[in-house]
Design a protein around this ligand. Structure first.
Ligand code: KG4
Ligand code: ZN
Length: 337
């Protein structure tokens, strides 16, 4: 017999953040995150270091999440983990930990798709979108247009041919000598600049994206300007950031509009790390007024990687009795749907 109001421990370890959350009866009681600063000096996530840090962090983070929610092991009805997509070594830590805990406690194990969980983050708090809704999921590894028909029925209708939007922010940030991850830094600097440098849009056919052309054109633009003026980047940093952000955001909004028109959907959501971008949040709100859409923009803490979203997805999987067994292994390339 399943509990209609389950208490679940969820763990997220797909990339460089170790996070644990407790959800009970669909309400998130705690959500703890240990960030890994170690990658900053390398300008990107180093998989081997990420995996080792997850091993160090996982027990304290789980203990803190349990304590903050005032939940003990015997209160748990199930335990959930990020099944994929993500870095194999990082996913393995969360998967192995939860498998042994589920075995020891003799409770069901739930495997959650990280990208579906980003979308399910919209159900943590009001306003919750009604099905079907369109969601743009934009992170460091993905850029996808998804129609969510139900918590277990999601369909990808558009994706990127090459880089993800977050990757474009981060790689362009490297050319500008910004720290990793550059997305939030570009966002902050862009707020003090003007989008005066024209870069080519990052859209291709209909609902497809391509960010590698933008990346190359920014690189060539900078090389050309630096030949004329060696301090071009320092003197124009805010305007360059505003121009890059404007280009990425306007492409994302254009594709959302095309998808919404094609599928006759007026409930529109954004999810994933890049949905924290202030330019994207503003542009989507402005477009919603023009198009009479209802838009759903997650709280900042639920945009970037967190275990609360894994817990939310796990809640519905538990009610559907969608469990995995001890033979489960991480799937670094797990797809939506
Ligand atoms: O979802 P997430 O935390 O991890 C992945 O699943 O990839 O997304 C991380 C990505 C990074 O590329 C980061 O630069 C980007 O989200 N990001 C942002 C902002 N905050 C995070 N990009 C633009 N503006 C932001 N404010
Ligand atoms: Zn993510």
């Amino acid at each position: 017999m399943i509990n209609k109001s389950p208490t679940i421990l969820a763990i997220e370890s797909s990339c460089d953040d170790t996070s644990a959350a407790i959800i009970s009866g669909g309400e998130v009681l705690s959500n703890l995150i240990a960030n890994q600063e170690v990658h900053r000096e390398y300008g990107g996530v180093v998989p081997e270091l990420a995996s080792r840090k997850h091993q160090e962090n996982i027990v304290p983070v789980v203990n803190q999440a349990m304590a903050a929610a005032n939940v003990r092991q015997e209160n748990l009805d199930a335990i959930a983990f990020t099944h994929g997509p993500g870095l194999l070594g990082s996913l393995l830590v969360g998967c192995s930990f939860t498998k042994s805990m589920a075995l020891a406690l003799d409770i069901p194990l739930i495997g959650v798709n990280h990208m579906e969980a980003h979308i399910m983050a919209h159900f943590i708090e009001e306003p919750r979108p009604p099905y079907p809704f369109l969601c743009l999921t934009v992170s460091g590894g993905h850029t996808q247009l998804v129609i969510a028909r139900d918590s277990s029925k999601m369909e990808v209708i558009g994706t990127t041919r090459d880089d993800a939007a977050g990757e474009a922010f981060d790689k362009i940030g490297k050319y500008l000598n910004l720290d990793y991850p550059a997305g939030p830094i570009i966002d902050r600097l862009a707020q003090q600049g003007q989008a005066k440098f024209p870069f080519p849009k990052a859209g291709v056919d209909m609902l497809e994206f391509s960010f590698s052309g933008l990346k190359t054109s920014v690189l060539y633009f900078l090389k050309k300007q630096l030949k004329k003026n060696a301090s071009f980047i320092q003197e124009n940093l805010n305007d360059i950031c505003a121009s890059v952000q404007h280009t990425i955001v306007s492409t994302l909004i254009e594709k959302i509009e095309t998808a919404a028109n094609m599928h006759g959907i007026t409930h529109i959501a954004i999810a994933g790390g890049v949905s924290a971008n202030s330019g994207l949040r503003q542009a989507l709100s402005d477009k919603a007024k023009e198009k009479s859409w209802q838009v759903y923009i997650p709280k900042l803490e639920y945009c970037t990687d967190n275990a609360a979203m894994i817990a939310m997805a796990a809640h519905y999987k538990y009610l559907n009795e969608d469990f995995v067994d001890q033979t489960v292994t991480p799937e670094p390339r797990l797809k939506i749907g």
